[in-house]
Design a protein around this ligand. Structure first.
Ligand code: CIR
Length: 253
C-alpha cells in the first residue's frame, strides 16, 4: 500500500525537455492542467501528496521519479544518466531526507534513473539502459543488499527506461509490451500484454487497488478491467511528447 507521493509542478521550460518523440512541443498550460488532474487523482485515492514548486532551471524536473528511489527501509538519491538532469538531485535531496532516516546516494561513475527501477515485493528489477549503467546498478545492489532486498539487472531493448515497457500491478501481475514478455525474470508473472500501438499504456501505476492509465488506450483499459482492477484514466498527451509516462511524474511510497 502507498501512503505518500511526491510530485513537482511542470515549469515553463518544460517545452525544452529531452525527447525522442515526434509529437511536437508540449503546451505548458495544458501540461499544468494535466498535472493538476494527476494530483487530484492521487488525492482522491487517499494519498498524502507533496507538491513541490516548479523549477525552471530544469526542463525535465516534473519527472521526479528519476531522481530518487523510495523504499520501505531507505531513500536513495540517484545520479541521472542524462547530463541536463544530473543536478535535479539538488532540488529533491531535502525532501527525501525529511521522509527517510536513512538516505544513500549513487556516486560517480554510476548512473541510475528511477524510471529503470521496478520494485516487486522485496526484489528490485533494474533496467540497464542509456541512462542507467552497470556501475549504478552495482552500487544500488550493494545498498539494497544491506537492507535485505535483491536486485536483478534487466537488459533492455530500444526503450528509454525499464518502466517505459512494464509496470507492476501487484497480485503477481505485470502490464507489459510484447517485446519484453520473454525476459527470464518475468516468466512467473501473469502478463497483461499491451498491443504494439498502445505501447505507451504499459507505463501505468497501481495505487492501492486502482490502476491509473493514460487516456486513449481502449484495448489496454479493457484488459486491465477484465483482470479485476478499478481504473482511472488521465490525459497525458503533453508528457508523452517528452517521453514521460504516468510513473515518471511521482515518487510513491
Ligand atoms: C527524459 O528524457 O529524461 C524525460 N524527458 C522523460 C523522463 C521520463 N521518466 C521516466 O520514464 N521515469
Amino acid at each position: 500500500m502507498f501512503k505518500n507521493v511526491i510530485v513537482r509542478k511542470p515549469c515553463p521550460n518544460l517545452v525544452s525537455g529531452i525527447t525522442t518523440a515526434d509529437l511536437g512541443k508540449p503546451d505548458y498550460h495544458k501540461a499544468l492542467l494535466q498535472h493538476s488532474q494527476y494530483v487530484d487523482a492521487l488525492k482522491k485515492l487517499g494519498l498524502d501528496v507533496t507538491v513541490l514548486e516548479a523549477d525552471n532551471r530544469f526542463p525535465d524536473s516534473v519527472f521526479v521519479e528519476d531522481v530518487a528511489i523510495c523504499t520501505e527501509k531507505c531513500g536513495v538519491i540517484t545520479r541521472p544518466g542524462a547530463k541536463s538532469r544530473r543536478d535535479e538531485i539538488t532540488i529533491i535531496e531535502d525532501k527525501i531526507h525529511s521522509h527517510f532516516d536513512h538516505v544513500e546516494s549513487i556516486k560517480e561513475t554510476g548512473t541510475l534513473e528511477g524510471g529503470d527501477v521496478m520494485m516487486i515485493d522485496d526484489t528490485f528489477y533494474v533496467g540497464l539502459s542509456d541512462r542507467t549503467n552497470e556501475a549504478g546498478i552495482k552500487q544500488f545492489r550493494d545498498i539494497m543488499d544491506k537492507h535485505g532486498f535483491s536486485v536483478h539487472q534487466v537488459t533492455l531493448g530500444d526503450i528509454l527506461h525499464l518502466k517505459t515497457g512494464v509496470s507492476y500491478l501487484e497480485n503477481n501481475t505485470l502490464v507489459i509490451i510484447p517485446e519484453m514478455i520473454e525476459i527470464e525474470y518475468f516468466q512467473s508473472f501473469n502478463k497483461i500484454v499491451v498491443p504494439p500501438e498502445e505501447a505507451y499504456a504499459a507505463n501505468c501505476i497501481w495505487i492501492n487497488g486502482t490502476v491509473i492509465i493514460p487516456a486513449g488506450y481502449p484495448v489496454t483499459k479493457q484488459k486491465i478491467k477484465v483482470a479485476g482492477y478499478d481504473i482511472i484514466e488521465l490525459e497525458m498527451t503533453e508528457f508523452k511528447k517528452l517521453d514521460g509516462g504516468l510513473s515518471c511524474l511521482s515518487l510513491r511510497f
